[in-house]
Every structure is written in structure tokens, then in C-alpha cells.
Design a protein around this ligand. Structure first.
Ligand code: 5RP
Length: 231
């Protein structure tokens, strides 16, 4: 298999996205994911709306960036309300064999989870580098935490998740669309995701985690030899 250079990874991301968009039907309310793979799905939905292949689509964006892109490509959007979404399409940072996910390296984990939990179908799109045997193999677990008292929250998290760090790409910590910070936790070797999720979410100051457990219906994973559908 050739090296996953940025160029061919972009081709693969787009291939996965196009497969997922085939599942979108006219009249659907669609959760619009965030990130460099979800971007291709949003663009394709916009293209299909313009060409008339799709009609009556309403998007619900999972980030300010996706909302901006949706507007640019002509997808009408609404904010999230209690009605279910017909489908949501999003990327992931890690995909386990049972379709449990780690998400949030793009920083939109909370809005993604709040939106996608309402989707009848959550479809994940990715290139093959996102496949792991066990969550935590390649990526940290993003944990969104309140800005207020963040150092204390990090201390509490470090009690059982040492080795993580506050996301800080520059002089200031990274700030989410919700005005919060992110602690990127290194996952231990052996853990039960459901129990760990419960423990993290029970930690004062935590908003939510990038674990998406039991949420995805299927994933389209593109590799140089084709797109695989995982269910
Ligand atoms: C953003 C996310 C993204 O879906 C995830 O980071 C994957 O992004 P990309 O497609 O750019 O690799 O969870 O919060």
C-alpha cells in the first residue's frame, strides 16, 4: 500500500463522503459534520441541491465552520431543535471495529454529539488511517472543559488520566465554539470505554468527551483499493 500522502488522503476522504451522501434523500433534515472529511459531504450536498438531484434539504450544522460552508454551497440551515434528524454525516479521528469512535480533534465534539444523538442514522466517513483496533491507539481523547476553573478540572482529570494536556496551539488555549477549552487525554492501554466515559463525565468542570459510543450506524472508509462499508 502506498504512503498516505496528503494528496491521496484528500481523494480518499472525498470518495468516502460521496458514498455517504448517496444515502441522503430529498426532504431530509441532515446533520452536517465538521472537519476536512465532512467538508466534502457538505460540498456534495450543495452540489446535488444546485443540480436538482436533491430538493428540500435542511442542514443542521455542528460548528460555525460547517454553518459557514453550508451557506456558501447553498444548503438552507436551521438551528437544532428537538425534532429528530433523518441522517447525519461526519468524520472521526478513530474508528474501532464495533464503530465506537473518538472524535473532536477538530474541536467540535460537543455540538457534534448534541446534534448527532438526534440523528436516526449517523454515517461516518473517513480514510483508512482512522481505523484502529482499540480506541486511543493513535489519537488522544478530546475532553471539553469549562474555561472557568480549567486548571482545577485538569488536575481532577489527571488523577486518572495522566499524560494529557490542555490544547494550546499558540499563545492562548484553543477555544471551542462554545467558549470552552479542550483537554486532550492520553487513553490508558486497557479500559472500558463506557466506564471511562461515565467517570470523565462525572468529573466537575467537564462538559463532554469525544467518545461516541454506540452512535454510528455505519462507516464508509476509503482506502487506495476502494471504499469499505463497515456496519
Ligand atoms: C471535529 C471532528 C472531526 O470529525 C474529526 O476530527 C475528523 O476530522 P477530519 O475529517 O478533518 O480528519 O470530530 O470535531
Amino acid at each position: 500500500m502506498s504512503d498516505p500522502t496528503p494528496l491521496n488522503l484528500e481523494t480518499l476522504k472525498k470518495e468516502a463522503a460521496l458514498r455517504a451522501v448517496e444515502l441522503v434523500q430529498s426532504g431530509d433534515r441532515v446533520g452536517l459534520g465538521t472537519g476536512s472529511t465532512a467538508k466534502y459531504a457538505i460540498e456534495e450536498i450543495g452540489r446535488r441541491l444546485k443540480s436538482g438531484e436533491l430538493t428540500g434539504i435542511v442542514g443542521v450544522s455542528t460548528s460555525e465552520a460547517s454553518e459557514k460552508l453550508a451557506r456558501e454551497v447553498g444548503i438552507p440551515t436551521e438551528t437544532l431543535d428537538p425534532r429528530p434528524l433523518d441522517i447525519a454525516i461526519d468524520g472521526a479521528d478513530e474508528i474501532a471495529p464495533n464503530l465506537d469512535l473518538v472524535k473532536g480533534l477538530g474541536g467540535a465534539l460537543v455540538r457534534e454529539k448534541v446534534t448527532e444523538v438526534q440523528a436516526r442514522r449517523l454515517i461516518i466517513i473517513a480514510d483508512h488511517t482512522k481505523i484502529v483496533g482499540t480506541l486511543g491507539e493513535k489519537a488522544p481523547l478530546p475532553i471539553e472543559i469549562l474555561k472557568f476553573g480549567f486548571l482545577s478540572t485538569i488536575e481532577r482529570l489527571r488523577d486518572f488520566l495522566p499524560g494529557g494536556r490542555l490544547r494550546q496551539p499558540g499563545a492562548q488555549p484553543y477555544e471551542t465554539d462554545n467558549g470552552n477549552y479542550i483537554y486532550d487525554a492520553q487513553l490508558p492501554r486497557d479500559f472500558n470505554p463506557v466506564e471511562l466515559e461515565r467517570r470523565i463525565k462525572g468529573t466537575l468542570g467537564v462538559v463532554d468527551t469525544g467518545f461516541f459510543l454506540g452512535m454510528a450506524e455505519r462507516a464508509f472508509v476509503a482506502a487506495p483499493d476502494g471504499v469499505r462499508e463497515l456496519t
